[in-house]
Design a protein around this ligand. Structure first.
Ligand code: PMP
Length: 388
């Protein structure tokens, strides 16, 4: 079978060959442990880690000492939430209904440990209201955690407005920017962010490596490690550093930022082309997420009159993800789609038998691929509707 057309860049992205090239020496000759400072192998590894730290910091407007490398954004989110709670009396946390499970499940864990948790609803486009954040704040609120961009529907949050609200309080602002890295500009100063999670594999870097930005100035955010061990990463992430992964993450961040000015409009044009073709050729489609305030490459569509399982089964040559707006059996309803449906007073999103397709265009997709993928989706939906 021919390799399917990859349109699932929310799930992961392919490794950029330039990132791979930069990583290879650290899998071969520069194999040293970055903690072995008394010989050149270790010193080379340590220098590469510090260079990567600087690159990651630059990508988000931070200083290099504010970057803690982790094994991905799941761990960075856990370190932000649980690390802040470590050794402290339970407080209050504000988050949103459409956060990634690595935020929501750790919020629930804090809830079991005595924290009070406010889970804010979103509007029908999946946006969190800055005024809702303001209304939720109490003198005990320690943390507000809102993602930059949603991994299902692509909606961007009004981070600057939320950051301004949080800045006026005693709480800290955590942003899960996993889906935003390299896709929209991020500046922790301009947005008033205190903690920010990143993952390399969503930005054409390797899997299993990420970072947590932790503000140091003017107020140092105090965190405890998730587990004990060596003193690596300022004591916050003990364990031998993943040098090739960290090097790859640094390069991926550098490329993401330097190529964003050309990549973003290109992805926007490709996504609009895909969207326009599908909407022109099929009726019964509804866009999920915000029409404008969304990631350039991201397209999430509900498709009336087809079974979610049947749709995916027939789309083997296009790699996409599915989510269902309602429970029609095997496909689990998506909590993100349920959250936007709850805010939709028109009831349109609650229609029965709605399959949803999550598509996300990426760096290596071509116009020809977009056209072929659109054609396959149109064909498949038509066949299923005729059979129904
Ligand atoms: N947050 C968001 C918004 C994500 O999309 C993901 C990955 N699906 C994560 C966190 C977890 O990232 P990682 O795969 O690096 O653990």
């Amino acid at each position: 079978m021919k390799t399917p057309i990859y349109l699932d860049h929310h799930a992961t992205t392919p490794l950029d060959p330039r990132v791979l090239e930069g990583m290879l020496p650290f899998l071969r000759e520069h194999f040293g442990n970055a903690a072995s400072r008394n010989h050149v192998f270790g010193r080379n590894a340590a220098a590469a880690v510090e260079e990567a730290r600087e690159r990651v910091a630059q990508a988000i407007g931070a200083r290099y000492a504010e970057i803690v490398f982790t094994a991905g954004a799941t761990e960075a989110n856990a370190l932000a939430l649980l690390g802040l709670a470590e050794g402290e009396a339970p407080g209050h946390l504000v988050t949103s209904a459409i956060e990634h499970p690595s935020v929501l499940d750790n919020a629930r864990r804090l809830g079991r440990a005595g924290w009070s948790i406010t889970v804010l609803p979103v509007d029908r486009h999946g946006r969190v209201g800055p005024e809702d954040v303001r209304a939720a704040l109490t003198p005990h609120t320690r943390l507000v955690s809102v993602m930059a961009a949603n991994n299902e529907i692509g909606t961007l949050q009004p981070l600057a407005a939320i950051g301004a609200v949080v800045r006026g309080s005693a709480a800290l602002f955590h942003v899960d920017a996993t889906q935003a890295l390299g896709r929209v500009p991020i500046d922790v100063e301009a947005l008033g962010i205190d903690l920010l999670s990143l993952s390399a594999h969503k930005a054409y870097g390797p899997k299993g490596v990420g970072a947590l930005y932790r503000r140091r100035r003017p107020r140092r955010v105090m965190l405890g490690p998730l587990f004990e061990g060596g003193g690596q990463e300022d004591g916050l992430r003990p364990g031998t550093q993943n040098v090739p992964g960290i090097v790859g993450m640094g390069l991926a961040c550098e490329l993401a930022v330097s190529e964003m000015p050309t990549e973003r409009p290109r992805l926007l044009a490709l996504r609009r082309r895909l969207q326009a073709r599908l909407v022109r050729e099929l009726d019964g489609l509804a866009l999920n997420g915000h029409p404008e305030e969304r990631l350039a490459g991201s397209l999430h569509l509900s498709i009336a009159g087809v079974e979610p399982d049947a749709l995916l089964l027939g789309l083997q040559d296009v790699a996409v993800s599915a989510g269902s707006a309602c429970s029609t059996g095997a496909v689990k309803p998506s909590y993100v789609l349920q959250a936007i449906a709850a805010a939709d007073t028109t009831g349109a999103a609650q229609a029965q038998q709605v399959a949803a397709l999550r598509l996300c265009v990426g760096r290596f997709n071509t116009e020809d691929e977009i056209d072929r993928a659109a054609q396959r989706i149109v064909e498949r939906v038509r066949v299923l509707r005729q059979a129904a």
